[in-house]
Design a protein around this ligand. Structure first.
Ligand SMILES: Nc1ncnc2c1ncn2[C@@H]1O[C@H](COP(=O)(O)OP(=O)(O)OP(=O)(O)O)[C@@H](O)[C@H]1O
Ligand SMILES: [Mg+2]
Length: 222
């Protein structure tokens, strides 16, 4: 039987055990549908108005442009060393530790990523004490270098979104255009700078606990 979205939902629902908060990671190349999958899972798991699951994107740990300029890495934005991986690992540890009680702890705030400004934004993503499952997603959850293995060690499972390369590129170009880039600039970015990052991510596929094939991935809501 091919894997379906309902199978993913059931697997995600079973991750928190014995009152402990679980953290599910979703990895995949840029534009593979990680955010769309995380949002669909959280939406379905929460139903109307619930707070059982929360979505915490790795995107919020992008270094700010001012810091990338200082480091001389602005032109490689999106590469593994342009994120605060150690800060991300520390937040994931806090999410695990503070979620183990009886639901009367603090709301933990994660940073978000503002797509028009392309900058991180502190305090944008609340994780309420009641959340039993945190779904976090990003390119580099399975990378073996830098602080990324520390990130992996905070995750109960990591799933990998697999989408045929041409389709992935088509979606990514369309999204860059939607957020203001010209078609030419979008193509150049996706097939140039971003492709190096995509290749790094593709090489981590076999470390995943589950590879999610394209047919099981949800479509974005209209
Ligand atoms: N199943 C699908 N069918 C068609 N389009 C999709 C599908 N899933 C996602 N998309 C579109 O493809 C683009 C990329 O999806 P999404 O943002 O979920 O990917 P991502 O892996 O989070 O990307 P990034 O690495 O850039 O954060 C979005 O514009 C989204 O609306
Ligand atoms: Mg995303």
């Amino acid at each position: 039987m091919p894997l379906t979205f309902d199978d993913l939902l059931a697997r995600a629902r079973s991750l928190p055990r014995g009152g402990r908060r679980a953290v599910l990671g979703i990895a995949g190349s840029p534009g593979a549908g990680k955010s769309t999958l995380a949002e669909a899972l959280v939406r379905e798991l929460n139903g109307a108005g619930g707070a059982w699951a929360a979505h915490v994107p790795m995107d919020g740990f992008h270094l700010a442009d001012a810091e990338l300029d200082r480091l001389g890495r602005r032109d490689r934005k999106g590469a593994p060393d342009t994120f605060d991986a150690a800060g991300y690992a520390a937040l994931l540890r806090r999410l695990r530790e503070e979620g183990d009680g009886d639901g009367d702890g603090d709301t933990v705030y994660a940073p978000g990523f503002e797509r028009v400004l392309e900058q991180p934004l502190a305090g944008a993503v609340p994780v309420p004490p009641a959340a039993r499952l945190v779904v976090t997603e990003g390119n580099y959850l399975l990378l073996g270098t830098g602080a990324w293995p520390r990130v992996r060690s905070r995750l109960d499972e990591v799933w990998f979104c697999e989408v045929p390369e041409e389709e992935r590129i088509r979606r990514l170009v369309a999204r860059h255009e939607e957020f203001g880039k010209s078609h030419e600039a979008a193509e150049a970015w996706v097939r140039g700078t971003d492709q190096r990052n995509a290749d790094l991510v593709a090489a981590t596929r076999d470390r995943a606990d589950l590879v999610v094939p394209e047919p099981a991935l949800p479509r974005p809501p209209r």
